[in-house]
Design a protein around this ligand. Structure first.
Ligand SMILES: Nc1nc2c(ncn2[C@@H]2O[C@H](COP(=O)(O)OP(=O)(O)OP(=O)(O)O)[C@@H](O)[C@H]2O)c(=O)[nH]1
Ligand SMILES: [Mg+2]
Length: 282
């Protein structure tokens, strides 16, 4: 198992989702555009079935542009609304409201006929570190929601008023990922959704290189001035470490440091814009 985790957390997540479901009109489900399938949890989505939802492929600025478009087409093909956004810069965020008003037009009209104004309550869900609080801050043009570049920053639920028509519920990362699948777990560790202390960085780095080598070998070769095509898992970190001067006192290569450097480069898109998932597989 890649990540030490406790199935009991999933029960807690289910209870919390059922609790917020009472108040929410529409869900914004943030997926990480670099792993849109691995960052989705259909088991938990079942609980909110029946309410409209929009998938937001966030951090699309870090993901492979070609694959962003392929994933949008994929979600459309399975009848889900999905758009690519970048919460840091605000790209495409206005579209969320247009789509939401359209999805809820009957409710809005019903309220209008009764002489009331419909306040739309968004539930913002997504795995840890996917950018939920950053999105809310961008929309409200504030820093009401606390953000950070590690998972687990938001600790409790918080309703945030956007204007007279919209409110948003920021949640901690209660949409737990499906960590029992090793491939999913590796990808989620690689993009930074899992706390560092819960996995082996060297193992995750090696397995991630195995994954991205298939489509992005040229980017890897260029970044580290190495030839990854003929290299195997055990050599990756030694070679990266050698190139980047990660040497221990006794002269051995510090592969843990090399793994950390690699993961940092990957997360900041310093290797290039990379998407880990493929349509048809996680
Ligand atoms: N490049 C890029 N970075 C982003 C984007 N959205 C969020 N981030 C960064 O991702 C990190 C996590 O953002 P948060 O908004 O704290 O994530 P969260 O989903 O609220 O995380 P938890 O509260 O821990 O569950 C921060 O360092 C943000 O700056 C984006 O669209 N593009
Ligand atoms: Mg948060």
């Amino acid at each position: 198992m890649i990540v030490q985790w406790y199935p009991g957390h999933m029960q807690k997540a289910k209870r919390e989702i059922l609790e917020i479901n009472k108040y929410v009109d529409l869900y914004l489900i943030l997926l990480d555009a670099r792993a849109p399938l691995s960052s989705r949890n259909e088991d938990l989505e079942v609980l909110i079935k029946g309410k409209p939802m929009i998938y937001l492929l966030n951090k699309s600025d870090l993901a492979d542009e070609k694959k962003n478009n392929q994933f949008l087409k994929y979600f459309e093909s399975i009848n889900h609304k999905a758009i690519c956004i970048d919460s840091l810069r605000g790209t495409n965020i206005k579209n969320i409201f247009k789509i939401a008003e359209n999805l809820l037009k009957d409710k809005i009209e019903e309220a209008r006929q009764k002489g009331r104004r419909k306040i739309i309550r968004f539930g913002v869900l997504g795995i840890p570190n996917v950018g939920k609080s950053t999105l809310i801050n961008k929309i409200t043009n504030s820093s009401k929601a606390k953000t950070g570049d590690k998972p687990g920053v938001t600790r409790s639920k918080q309703w945030i008023k956007i204007n007279d028509y919209f409110e948003m519920l920021d949640t901690p990362g209660i949409l737990l990922p499906k960590l029992e699948d090793d491939m999913v777990a590796v990808k989620l560790c690689a993009i930074g959704s899992i706390k560092d202390e819960l996995y082996d960085r060297e193992l995750v780095a090696k397995k991630t290189i195995d994954i991205i080598k298939k489509d992005y070998c040229d980017l890897l070769n260029k970044k580290y001035s190495l030839d990854f095509s003929n290299m195997s898992g055990d050599d990756y970190l030694v070679e990266i470490g050698r190139k980047r001067g990660c040497v221990l006192k006794e002269g051995r290569i510090d592969t843990l440091k090399a793994a950390s450097l690699f993961l940092e480069d990957l997360r900041k898109a310093k290797i290039g814009r990379i998407t880990l998932d493929e349509i048809g597989s996680r």
